[in-house]
Design a protein around this ligand. Structure first.
Ligand SMILES: C[S@@+](CC[C@H](N)C(=O)[O-])C[C@H]1O[C@@H](n2cnc3c(N)ncnc32)[C@H](O)[C@@H]1O
Length: 220
């Protein structure tokens, strides 16, 4: 691993707004499960997760817009989380935390009905049928989200991948899920949806490449 990355990984332990795994066993149940708002945020505000958060652009921007909600950015890459955590500390965002885990084990960390909303921002599309279960909108993951989300809560997906978007809409249809809003070209089609103006690190790169950004909000 590059020296700078290693440095950031070692600094993560000292950042108070980062929660890392003590061990990576799939069977480890977090003591924070069901108690995030009470133990970590000290309030009963709604809890929003950003999955595959990378540098946490949505987590940071939404936290500034909605100070009465709690936000947790989740990713496995520590050097990316480091950036978001340092920015949150700098901006004194008390309603932000970052959690370095595999999203695959999200149900070990959050209890039934604990989560109010999930954003999935520019996840890896994992093209190829062998990797289907790695896609963050596969039935494998949707089942897990359903376990932690409140009834009627939304999952938001923003992606540059037409393949992942098409796959997701197929899953939504197959599972007979309710789509609340869908836009095929976020930045060029007229809509009045809030928060789609927030740009992530990857989104900026995709826009520079003239890629089309798609968005769907649904109840899993
Ligand atoms: C293409 S990046 C997008 C980052 C950020 N959302 C953005 O738009 O700039 C995808 C991120 O998903 C994370 N990721 C993919 N699968 C994951 C998993 N199963 N658990 C945790 N993180 C995962 C990767 O570590 C990576 O940071």
């Amino acid at each position: 691993m590059a020296k700078r990355k290693l440095q950031r990984y070692s600094e993560l332990a000292d950042l108070e707004n980062v929660i890392e795994l003590e061990d990576y066993s799939p069977t480890t149940i977090s003591p924070l499960k069901g108690r995030w708002c009470e133990r970590i945020f000290g309030n009963e505000n709604p809890l929003v997760l950003e999955l595959a958060c990378g540098k946490g652009d949505y987590t940071l921007s939404l936290a500034k817009r909605y100070p009465n909600k709690n936000f947790i950015g989740i990713d496995i890459k520590g050097d990316r989380i480091w950036r978001g955590a340092v920015a949150a500390h700098h901006d004194q965002l008390d309603n932000v935390r970052f959690l370095r885990i595999y999203i695959d084990y999200v149900t070990n960390y959050f209890a039934a009905d604990e989560v109010d909303e999930i954003w999935i921002t520019f996840p890896d599309p994992y093209l190829g049928t062998k990797k289907i279960n790695k896609r963050l909108t596969s039935p494998f993951f949707l089942k897990k989200y359903r376990e932690v989300l409140k009834r009627g809560a939304f999952v938001h997906l923003k992606t540059d991948s037409p393949e992942l978007f098409e796959y997701t809409t197929e899953v939504i249809e197959q599972e007979q899920l309710e789509v609340d809003f869908l836009v095929e070209d976020v930045h060029n089609h007229y809509h009045e949806q809030p928060d789609l103006d927030i740009l992530t690190y990857y989104e900026r790169m995709h826009l520079a490449d003239n890629r089309v950004i798609r968005y769907v909000r649904f109840r899993p």
